[in-house]
Design a protein. Structure first.
Length: 296
């Protein structure tokens, strides 16, 4: 029974981490679904959102609802700015140009912000605006942080579902994902829809940054690298371009990482995630929910 309880507790911890990965992966999958672009700067926008939340809590002492509003707004604004400056001029360029640009934007954000006095390459403590409390539930203990992460993630996914599948903007995004040229002929504003997609995707990364700071309260300017890569792997695992695929992939990656750390060694966890990526690319390159599209 003790072993079962320990395993169940690790599962809860893995779902906590996976929920954060899912929010970050949503940004990858939404941008890829519309532009067929892997935005490797996405992990750094997640980092930027975490720092904005840090400033809101530690320096400006704002209430928690304003922390979410400002962080989401700042992350979305940075995402749109990156799209306008770095990606929009290269839409007609070869895909490799966009890929190289995305890597360049990622490095620029990391090292430019590390030179800024407000940011730092050193680890700093992320302040929690509430006391941590645990609640015994049968064989496991669930903390208020985990409840917040699960609740906010579920609410974000519900709102995103309504946006993508029940709104005019969502129809425009889905139209662009199928055929950009035909969508423009049908009256879809391509530039505005792409910018809106970036805003929504990077806004989700901002939410993930807040929740990550609550759960793992040590941040620095390079913190977005590994969560960004793992969230990208999660998007590929679930089927990049698919919202539900990103969510499932994030949960699988989070649970896998925690279980490897708990039962093998924490030094193996990153390597195991990359093994998952290799296996997916070898045996299921379109992801769990992805389908092969035959070009005629």
């Amino acid at each position: 029974m003790e072993y079962f309880s320990y395993t169940l507790q690790q599962l809860i911890n893995g779902l906590q981490l996976g929920a954060v990965y899912a929010l970050i992966a949503l940004g990858y999958t939404m941008v890829y679904g519309v532009l067929r672009l892997i935005n490797f700067a996405h992990g750094d926008i997640f980092m930027f959102g975490t720092f904005i939340a840090y400033f809101c809590i530690a320096r400006w002492h704002l209430p928690i609802y304003l922390v979410f509003v400002i962080t989401i707004g700042a992350s979305a604004a940075l995402g749109v700015l990156v799209e306008k400056i770095a990606y929009k001029p290269l839409r007609a360029a070869p895909r490799i140009s966009l890929l190289i640009t995305a890597v360049g934007v990622s490095l620029f954000l990391e090292y430019f912000l590390s030179l800024n006095a407000m940011f730092t390459p050193n680890y700093i403590a992320f302040p929690r605006p509430f006391d941590v409390a645990g609640y015994d539930l049968w064989l496991v203990t669930i903390t208020n942080i985990q409840l917040i992460i699960f609740s906010v993630t579920a609410a974000s996914l519900f709102l995103l579902y309504l946006l993508v599948y029940r709104s005019k903007h969502g129809r425009a995004m889905r139209a662009l994902s199928h055929d950009q040229e035909t969508a423009s002929l049908m009256g879809v504003n391509v530039d505005a829809t792409i910018s809106f997609t970036f805003a929504v995707g990077t806004g989700c990364a901002g939410v993930g940054g807040i929740l990550y700071g609550f759960a793992y309260p040590q941040i620095n300017v390079f913190m977005g690298i590994m969560p960004g890569i793992k969230s990208f792997i999660a998007a590929v695992l679930g089927g990049i371009g698919l919202v539900h695929g990103a969510v499932l992939g994030g949960l699988i990656i989070g649970v896998s990482e925690v279980f490897v750390s708990a039962y093998l060694s924490s030094t193996f966890r990153d390597g195991f995630i990359f093994i998952i990526l290799i296996l997916v690319l070898l045996f299921r390159p379109n992801g769990i929910f992805g389908r092969r599209i035959e070009k005629v």
